[in-house]
Design a protein around this ligand. Structure first.
Ligand code: AMP
Length: 477
């Protein structure tokens, strides 16, 4: 993880940007290749860097770099990852980067041999644990909170390797879907709240584990079940063994996985289809905030299923009125001469033929700072020639930052934390604006009491340390 500056406070360690993808395979002759493909399918969960660690039964091998999966791993590089067991990780892209040292898996040698870790999620007490460990002489190689877990495992005096991991995890709090690789086994653990998804699958008789089931589809695998909250799954030559490692008192799955983060073709949180859920949310949104209009268009890609659902329910024609360029790199060189809407046009461009003179409903998944919506509305009116622009957001107003692994800015940057819907409507210059209600969201999501909705209602299910400066800054900033 990278150093983060929060309102002038240099915070060297803790980083809330931990949206990642993890994948692992046990007992397959092409373990590293399958892991590469799994990471490829999970690329949307992290684009900053990726790594794979494999085992030939005796030693661990690791390859990792900054960049996209397809650019990092060549055939030659995959050949340097021998063995039938492998785990991999995609790291989320943030503006400041984080450097190679933070790209996972992280590997360490300890008294029981070698161990590698791949972590999706965010620990809320990592800073405190790290300070304690450093005061006792520990030296950290990265600024990643996942390294704290490795240190805790290494320091444990327990002879049982699984109890060591469980003991370490009882000392951390937050969101963690984890994969560990040891010389002869793969171990998966999910935090007691089950914040981030983690699924078990099978391919050619081998076990595979992935953040999302779309990774199983690519390799011809099938989804068996999820790793349960608090469960440790040990996969070795004795097969698959499950241990109730951490006590789980309530579930708190991340609602934002359904809203924005997960791929629509995935089934998450006990086999719920992301695409179907998004469509149903779009239908609910239409029931709550119907408007007379000629066309419904999505903000691609994240708004597509919701917009289809909205259009179906409202009986208004659906079309792709905004075209997205999928090939944008990190930076682009702006021309010296001013081009109107250049910044947003590089990513999205309206189809004038569809929008000219029309009353347009634009469906997006969320508003964070409000800048994207503002630019889109302006562009649809000025370039697309729309007569009216009605913004419909398929989630409740985002009022609170996330500490469990979704990249959100400080509270004061979240436009809905300090502005009413009517004020936001004026800011984004839409003819109307409506969000999905929290009640409507809960109506559609199966077992809503099992979800964390802190970003929408400020109810944080996992408490963070009271002395955490960064977290207090983010909440009260
Ligand atoms: P903003 O301009 O800050 O209001 O951003 C809103 C846009 O960001 C929407 O189109 C969302 O699809 C997208 N979005 C929402 N959450 C995230 C996230 N955690 N990471 C990246 N993009 C996001």
């Amino acid at each position: 993880m990278k150093a983060k500056t929060c309102r002038g406070l240099a915070l060297p360690f803790h980083d809330i940007h931990e949206e990642c993808g993890i994948f692992g395979v046990y007992n397959h002759p092409e373990a590293a290749n399958l892991t590469y493909l799994g990471l490829y399918a999970l690329q949307h969960r992290g684009q900053e860097g990726a790594g794979i660690c494999s085992s030939d039964g005796k030693s661990l091998f690791i390859e990792k770099s900054i960049g996209h999966v397809a650019d990092i791993f060549s055939e030659k590089r995959l050949k340097r990852l021998p063995g039938a067991i492998a785990i991999g990780h995609n790291r989320y892209s943030t503006a400041g980067g984080g450097g190679l040292k933070n790209v996972q898996p992280l590997m360490a040698n300890y008294s029981l041999g070698s161990i590698a870790i791949a972590h999706n999620g965010n620990l809320v007490n990592a800073e405190q644990v790290k300070t304690q460990l450093e005061s006792e002489g520990a030296i950290f190689q990265s600024s990643s909170d996942s390294e704290v877990i490795l240190h805790l495992i290494a320091r444990s005096r327990n002879d049982d390797p699984y109890e060591r991991i469980a003991e370490a995890l009882r000392n951390v709090r937050g969101a963690f879907s984890l994969l560990f690789l040891r010389e002869s086994e793969m171990i998966a653990v999910r935090d007691p709240f089950g914040v981030r998804p983690l699924s078990i699958g099978r391919v050619d008789g081998a076990y595979v584990i992935a953040s999302e089931t779309c990774a199983f589809d690519l390799i011809g695998g099938e989804h068996i079940r999820d790793v349960e909250p608090g469960e440790m799954v040990i996969i070795n030559q004795s097969g698959l063994r499950s241990i109730k490692a951490l006590q789980s008192t309530r579930k708190a799955h991340c609602i934002f996985e359904f809203i924005y983060f997960a791929r629509p073709d995935s089934y998450i949180f006990d086999h719920v289809c992301v695409n179907t859920t998004r469509k149903e949310l779009g239908r609910q949104l239409a029931r709550e905030s119907m408007v007379d209009a000629d066309i419904v268009i999505p903000v691609p890609d994240s708004g597509v299923p919701a917009a289809i659902g909205f259009a179906e329910e409202a009986g208004i024609p659906f079309d792709f009125g905004l075209i997205r360029n999928h090939y944008i790199g990190r930076t682009f060189i702006e021309p010296k001469q001013n081009i109107r809407h250049f910044g947003v046009k590089i990513k999205l461009n309206p189809v004038r033929d569809l929008l000219q003179g029309k009353r347009v409903v634009v469906v997006d998944d969320s508003i964070v700072r409000g800048t994207t919506s503002k630019k889109i509305v302006k562009m649809i009116r000025e370039i697309g020639g729309a007569k009216e622009v009605h913004m419909r957001i398929c989630s409740p107003p985002t009022v609170s930052p996330c500490f469990y692994g979704i990249d959100t800015p400080t509270r004061h940057e979240l436009i809905a934390s300090s502005h009413k819907t009517e004020e936001i409507k004026k800011y984004i210059t839409a003819d109307s604006l409506a969000y999905l209600g929290l009640g409507g969201l809960r109506k559609i999501i199966p077992g809503p009491e099992n979800y964390c909705t802190a970003c929408f209602d400020n109810n944080y299910p996992i408490m963070f340390p009271k002395d955490s400066l960064e977290q207090l800054e983010l909440i009260f900033a």
